[in-house]
Write a protein that binds this ligand. Structure first.
Ligand code: FAD
Length: 469
């Protein structure tokens, strides 16, 4: 009997433990991607970008003499139907660690096992399974540096080669057509604009890694904070769909480190932040929905408000902040330093709840990752584990002087600041909804809040906070 391979965020062939295990069974294999309610619930940009990934992966699977079957509906029901249609012996998949996926996968596993069918989950989405990294007392880590120390010398296991072929079943079950899923339907902003900035699939991801290690890793540590430079790997986009395995990146980074590349260890440290985010999400799933530290529940954040709307539109009048929000809108990604600055500005200068920002990032990012996004927002807001103290408020103007000294980043994304705006700055006006009424020839807006006043208001709220330590 064949085996069903249920692909989700593991859309690659190389270093894929589930795929290697499945091939080793000698069975015929039926690769499947299911558009289920959990997947449909992801933000507009991530859902659109997922479609590009599935399309690319289907072609790679076809190159192995196999097919990627597409089905839509609740995963448990779809898998039951496929088992009935194909007489499959069971299902294999790669594990995910967010609460919705864990609930879904747990129910699927229990139902399959109750029927005596194969139900096997495998690692691969993170370097180290979240429950295998334990403190001396047997608990989980809340602070990054000891987490890093606990894993940095750990054996990650050798990366697995891609399979040469996948044995096809005698008959193929029917498949949906990808274009009928309309995964880009909520991508109101110009998908064509954003598409130019994507590097889709396993081959593109490997090329990114190779380019980064050949050209950028040496001065990564110093250059990574300057948003106008091409100094980071941009692999977050590929990691989130599993187009490349973190272990493959880990080994490549280790090799560079041992060969003496200056920035390699720092790069590995950043990669492990992603694992730390999943570690936190696994052990404290509320990190995505509520203040991680409960004593923050009475902090007077504002809910959504007109200032936050100006923030979303990249119209706060604070150039570094607006450049970053427009970068996200045009490219689907945002530089890490810029993410910290816009998050600080929203939660402090605009005194707005981090969830408002987290939701906007989830709508706009093509590298949206539920764990890193939640950890990032709570870290900046001050409500998270190992967080920056609330009273440490980034000043976006001095951050701009420091990290964008010649204004290149701001000019690249803000048309109003330049007499001859470049393509990215103009693309923003093509991408935004007409209802926003934006005009590249209009005057750049005045600041929505005076920086000193915004800072004072945030500090006053912090001082008045009730129950916050
Ligand atoms: P590089 O500098 O090349 O780093 C290599 C890899 O390390 C990245 O691809 C990423 O997987 C990991 N990494 C680096 N920095 C971090 C970090 N601070 N936290 C977790 N992992 C990290 N990252 C996402 O992938 N998805 C998100 O939705 C996301 N939301 C964020 C929200 C906020 C408010 C903040 C402050 C950060 C967020 N990050 C998120 C983390 C970080 O900004 C991105 O991972 C990074 O900018 C990706 O660029 P890169 O691939 O060039 O990184």
């Amino acid at each position: 009997a064949p085996l069903i391979l249920w692909f989700r965020r593991d859309l690659r062939l190389a270093d894929h433990p589930m795929l290697t295990a499945a091939v080793a069974t000698g069975r015929s294999l039926i690769p499947v991607f299911i558009l289920d309610p959990e997947t449909e619930a992801t933000g507009a940009a991530a859902r659109w970008r997922l479609g590009l990934s599935v399309d690319d992966f289907a072609q790679r699977i076809a190159g192995l003499g196999s097919r990627l079957v597409l089905r839509r509906g609740p995963a448990g029901d779809v898998l039951d139907r496929l088992i009935a249609e194909t007489g499959a012996a069971g299902v294999m998949w790669s594990r995910l660690y967010d609460p919705a996926s864990r609930a879904r996968d747990g129910a699927v596993k229990a139902a399959l096992k109750a029927r005596g069918l194969i139900a096997e989950s495998h690692p691969g989405h993170v370097l180290f399974e979240p429950w295998t990294v334990e403190t001396g007392q047997g608990g989980f880590y809340r602070v990054y540096t000891p987490f890093w120390k606990a894993v940095k010398d750990r054996a990650a296991g050798a990366a697995l080669p891609p399979p040469a072929a996948l044995r096809p079943p005698t008959a193929w079950p029917a498949s949906d057509r990808l274009q009928d899923w309309h995964l880009g339907r909520d991508m109101h902003r110009g998908a064509a604009v954003v598409a130019q900035h994507q590097a889709v699939g396993e081959v593109a991801a490997r090329a990114r890694l190779d380019r980064f290690l050949a050209q950028s890793v040496g001065d990564y540590r110093e250059a990574r904070d300057f948003p106008a430079r091409e100094a980071t790997s941009r692999l977050s986009e590929n990691l989130t769909y599993g187009e490349i395995s973190p272990r493959l990146i880990w080994h490549a980074g280790m090799r560079a480190h041992h060969e003496g590349a200056a920035g390699a260890e720092h790069f590995l440290k950043e990669l492990v932040w992603r694992d730390f985010a999943w570690h936190l999400m696994y052990h404290t799933p509320h990190i995505a929905t509520a203040n991680w530290r409960e004593d923050w529940s009475r902090f007077p954040w504002r809910d959504d408000n007109p200032d936050a709307e100006r923030w979303r539109r990249g119209m706060t009048g604070e150039p570094f902040v607006d450049a970053a929000l427009r970068e996200m809108y045009v490219t689907g990604t945002m530089h890490n330093r810029a993410r910290m600055i816009v998050a600080s500005y929203l939660t402090k200068h605009l005194l707005t709840h981090w969830k408002v920002g987290l939701d906007w990032f989830a709508q706009c990012l093509t590298d949206w990752d539920p764990a890193s996004n939640a950890m990032g927002w709570q870290w900046v807001a001050g409500s998270g584990p190992d967080a920056a103290p609330y009273f440490r408020i980034f000043n976006p103007a001095s951050q701009a002087e420091k990290f964008d000294p010649d204004g290149q980043y701001r000019r690249r994304y803000i048309a109003e600041m330049s007499r001859t705006p470049g393509p990215e700055a103009l693309a923003y006006f093509d991408a935004v909804p007409i209802s926003w009424g934006l005009d590249p020839a209009a005057r750049y807006p005045r600041p929505v809040v005076d920086l000193a006043q915004g800072r004072a208001r945030a500090l006053a709220a912090y001082a008045r906070r009730d129950g916050v330590d």
